[in-house]
Design a protein around this ligand. Sequence first.
Ligand SMILES: Nc1ncnc2c1ncn2[C@@H]1O[C@H](COP(=O)(O)OP(=O)(O)OP(=O)(O)O)[C@@H](O)[C@H]1O
Length: 236
Amino acid sequence: MTSPILTLEGVSKSFTLHLQGGQSIGVMQDVHFAVAPGECVVLGGPSGAGKSSILKMIYGNYRCDTGAILLREGDEVVDIATAEPRRLLALRRRTMGYVSQFLRVIPRVPALAIVAEAARETGLAEDAATRRAQELLHRLNVPERLWGLPPATFSGGEQQRVNIARGLAADRPLLLLDEPTASLDAANRAVVVDLVTAKKQNGVAIVGIFHDEDVRSQVADRVVDVTRFSVASLAA
Ligand SMILES: Nc1ncnc2c1ncn2[C@@H]1O[C@H](COP(=O)(O)OP(=O)(O)OP(=O)(O)O)[C@@H](O)[C@H]1O
């Protein structure tokens, strides 16, 4: 088997509740799994099991309490759990992308520019980046009349499709997807399945959360049920 690009080992996470006297709540313990290039691992389990928290720990938004999150970048392996902020930012620029459920953008920047800018982040020249942005917006059925407008007034589904286009525009070897199809119709869900499949064929490793059974069965190589790491189930 190809060696993994991402390996989680013995990761645990608790949250400190500042509004409740600093009480600490353990959420996950001994999270471990690995993802190889070209593989899509889907995180499964009920609401509140910790799926989004795992993605946030991989992206470095949440710190883990123990364990290692090892990301391979070329010949080097970096532990995200202990990486300096500057190193983490470089990893995000070159090696791992994150598509959240919602579009967060700078006001007044048009949709096409948002997606093209993302394509430029991993080295595409301006013309090629604009072409890729047009292609993605077109495939995701964002009407051309909207491309020159900032997405603030777009519908929820239109915003999400701009968000997906932005998240998929760059060429990074690891992609984290947090329910990218949540408010999409069936036709657009099918487009996302095709785009994710194409990324896998290009060797991109994916860790994703997909509630839609149909999407999940089409993209997942493996489902990791995170319930087995949850502190509540371990204590039961
Ligand atoms: N910043 C935070 N502070 C305190 N508790 C948190 C925080 N983030 C997550 N949690 C708690 O951690 C647990 C796991 O949450 P998480 O969002 O990771 O679950 P999930 O499996 O992604 O759920 P869903 O499918 O509903 O999105 C929940 O009990 C949640 O309340």
